[in-house]
Design a protein around this ligand. Structure first.
Ligand code: FMN
Length: 357
């Protein structure tokens, strides 16, 4: 059997990305390019004709006219980031055709597209033909070596230095949902963080449902409003801050609430050692969070950090029906960055090393 044109890494790259640029050519050799949503079964790339401009029949779209006269197409999927170690792209050349509604291939393609883009659920794409691109050549390029050999299948196939430097706090996300498998992998990695006595004094609450997010955001907002009023902030500032934090909680596709769980730790009769034991547990919470955020970044996700739960643990516990043994410490929103955030500069290393001999 000949090797597939799209190898496993290319397939994963296509699956992990949401938009491609499709180039077609007309009969006179004039190229045209459009961004497209697409899905793949691993061998063929499908794109729906959602016929957004209602006055144009889908088969009159330029890309469709071009394909019908000249089936050769090229497709680019890429990642751009100011951190150039993150650059990568996939270029596929192939032959495009229309697959008519009513065929098994069409039904399978529509299912793939609706699975990938929930937005398609309510759109009449099943009545239109779909574009099928059958690759003839494909070329993948990434600025840093693929970490796939380590068995990780990451969307950001970066070496460790690039991961550490590439991760950044993201505060605005695209609405795209995060696959459950990715969330599980992120949490699974956090288990490997160092912890006092290896007791893993952390628990995670995962929040994805909009009603739950709204309940959490409302409850935290009420508490925060009271605090800001105590600080004599102006009503305009209070309103703006509340709206921002509400949006951050509500608009993040996934929220991971990081909770401290001290029940399994050692217990001491004296308060000093007890306090040190708790501090150790909190320190390891940070290690778990960093492991989680780096893994998320490696898998193509982005994360942020909101310390607000620390200031209203009872409120958060109440909004999520959590037991009193859990102390909410941080909310880590996860998703796909809406835009590349500005990088926070770092202190020079010399400022941080205070003693070395
Ligand atoms: C304990 C802790 C609490 C944080 N709390 C918040 C927060 O409440 N809101 C926020 O936007 N970022 C918060 N951050 C994120 C920091 O602002 C961010 O990590 C820092 O500015 C460095 O930027 P970077 O993460 O993009 O490298 C917090 C980070 C830590 C470690």
């Amino acid at each position: 059997m000949p090797a597939p044109i799209l190898d496993a890494r290319m397939q994963r790259y296509l699956i992990a990305h949401r938009v491609a640029r499709l180039t077609t050519v007309d009969g006179a050799g004039q190229p045209s390019v459009v961004p497209i949503c697409y899905a793949t079964d691993g061998a063929v790339i499908y794109s729906a004709l959602d016929a957004k401009p209602k006055r144009v029949a889908p088969t009159a779209l330029r890309r469709v006219r071009n394909i019908l006269t000249h089936p050769a197409v090229a497709l680019v999927v890429d990642d751009y980031a100011e951190w150039w170690a993150d650059l990568s792209h996939l270029i596929v050349r192939g032959t495009a055709s229309l697959v008519a509604a009513g065929t098994a291939e069409h039904a399978a393609a529509i299912a793939l597209l609706r699975d990938k883009y929930p937005q398609y659920a309510a759109m009449p794409i099943a009545e239109q033909p779909v574009i099928a691109i059958r690759p003839t050549t494909a070329r993948f390029w990434a600025a840093t070596p693929d970490a796939e050999e380590q068995g990780a299948e990451p969307a950001r196939a970066l070496d460790f230095d690039a991961l550490v430097r590439g991760r950044r706090s993201v505060r605005a996300f695209r609405p795209d949902p995060v696959p459950r498998a990715l969330i599980e992998r992120v949490l699974d990695a956090a288990r490997w963080a160092p912890s006092p006595h290896g007791r893993q004094p952390w628990r995670f609450a995962v929040i994805t449902r909009p009603e739950r997010k709204a309940r959490l955001a409302d409850a935290m907002g009420d508490t925060w409003q009271a605090t800001l009023a105590m600080d004599n902030e102006s009503p305009a500032v209070v309103a703006r801050r509340l709206a921002n934090s509400h949006a951050r909680i509500h608009d993040a596709p996934v929220l991971i609430l990081l909770c401290l769980y001290t029940a399994d730790l050692d217990h001491y009769p004296d308060p000093d050692r007890q306090a040190a034991e708790t501090t150790m547990a909190i320190q390891s919470l940070g290690a778990a969070a960093q492991t989680l955020l780096l893994t998320a970044y490696r898998l193509g996700l982005d994360g942020g950090w909101m310390c607000a739960p620390l200031f209203c643990p009872d409120t958060v516990r109440g909004a999520l029906d959590l037991p009193p043994t859990l102390v909410p410490h941080a909310l880590l929103p996860l998703g796909y960055a809406a835009k590349d955030p500005k990088r926070r500069p770092r202190l020079p290393l010399d400022d941080l090393i205070v003693h070395w001999d």
